[in-house]
Design a protein around this ligand. Structure first.
Ligand code: TLP
Length: 339
């Protein structure tokens, strides 16, 4: 339950890898990559898409393609791009992050507007707003259409571009019961991941207009992400997009059951409002142990999870069943009683 990134490819995906036609994608000739990119562009509702190796690479090439060295990027204070991508934004991009505290991962448009300074010789130029949907650190929370529209208006008023780290945007679409396009229509560009809940082994897609995708292609090359017979990545990716999206609702139901069970355990503190998709974050301050102790106790019972300080994260996915949820809850209860 450490992450949905641990999901293994299905048999059908492995078969597809064996049988897909391959060519060199740096020349743009791999038919399977091209097919996946067309499919992704269609699903997100934009002109073009580019296959990249990971969500981190997708975020980086996108942000680099929207900005120039020394620009300011407005993002949520616990955004993955800012906090969990080893500082690529600053190291590679020479960008200045302007982090703003959101509520359950969602930025208040007024806070964003207050943070945008009138262009002046003293300030880095604010060129990009980056949002995250679903928001990982906030607990897999969703930005809905009206929240997205409101932030887009701010970007427009200030001549800024707007980007979505949509690593789990299909989880958001399923949770909100809308087409993913409704969440991406106001974005200049979006990245989503194939290798999280959608179960493909590798890959993410960057989606935007044609000129933007050409810039991301160049940055991808700079970062060593130009791959050759990348159809072996694209083939399972096509299956992920076509067949694995609808089943995400099962992961959300399991996360809900887990969260409600946790809420009944003494010493565990959880805000059920944040449990909207497949991520369950909770605190164990009341258990008088730190997360490393808690994690290692669970591990002895075969449960792998992750934590930091007093905070724990569990993620549901295709390889976690309803029975696994019951087992996890029973184990946590036993471990906390045995203190
Ligand atoms: N998140 C991973 C880890 O990095 C923590 C996880 O297990 O959740 N954006 C978001 C919102 C993400 O959650 C992640 C991965 C990424 C980007 C980066 O994707 P990858 O791991 O493919 O580089």
């Amino acid at each position: 339950m450490r992450s949905d990134t641990v999901t293994l490819p299905t048999q059908e995906m492995l078969q597809a890898i064996l049988h897909t036609p391959l060519r060199d994608d740096v020349y743009g000739e791999d038919p399977t990559v091209n097919k996946l990119q067309e499919l992704a562009a269609e699903k997100i509702g934009k002109e073009k898409a580019l296959l990249v190796t990971s969500g981190t690479q997708g975020n980086l090439v996108s942000i680099l393609s929207h900005t120039k060295k020394g620009d300011e990027v407005i993002l949520e204070a616990s955004a993955h791009t800012y906090r969990t991508e080893a500082g690529g934004l600053c190291i590679v991009g020479g960008l200045i992050p302007n982090p703003i505290q959101g509520t359950m991962g969602v930025l208040d448009p007024r806070d964003v507007e207050r943070a945008i300074r009138t262009r002046n010789v003293h300030y880095p130029e604010p060129t990009l707003i980056a949002i995250e949907n679903t928001h990982n650190a906030a607990g897999g929370t969703c930005w809905n259409q009206s929240q997205i529209k409101a932030i887009k208006k701010v970007a427009e008023r200030h001549g800024m571009r707007i980007y979505m780290d949509g690593a789990r945007v299909f989880n958001a679409a399923i949770a909100l019961n809308v087409d993913a396009k409704e969440l991406t229509t106001h974005m200049d560009s979006v990245t989503f991941c194939l290798s999280k809940g959608l179960s493909a082994p590798i890959g993410s897609l960057v989606i935007g207009d044609e000129a933007f995708i050409e810039r991301t292609r160049k940055w991808r090359k700079v970062l060593g992400g130009g791959l050759r017979q990348a159809g072996v990545i694209a083939a399972p990716g096509i299956i992920a997009l076509e067949k694995m999206v609808d089943r995400l609702k099962e992961d959300h139901a399991n996360a809900r059951t887990l969260a409600e069970g946790l809420a009944r355990i003494r010493g565990v503190s959880i805000n059920l409002e944040t449990v909207q998709t497949n991520i369950v974050r909770y605190d164990i301050a009341g258990l008088e142990m730190n997360s490393s102790q808690f994690v290692s106790k669970l591990r002895k019972h075969g449960i792998k999870t992750a934590g930091s300080g007093i905070s724990i994260r569990m993620v549901t996915h295709r390889m976690i069943s309803r029975e696994d949820i019951d087992y996890t809850l029973n184990t946590i209860e036993a471990v906390t009683k045995a203190r």
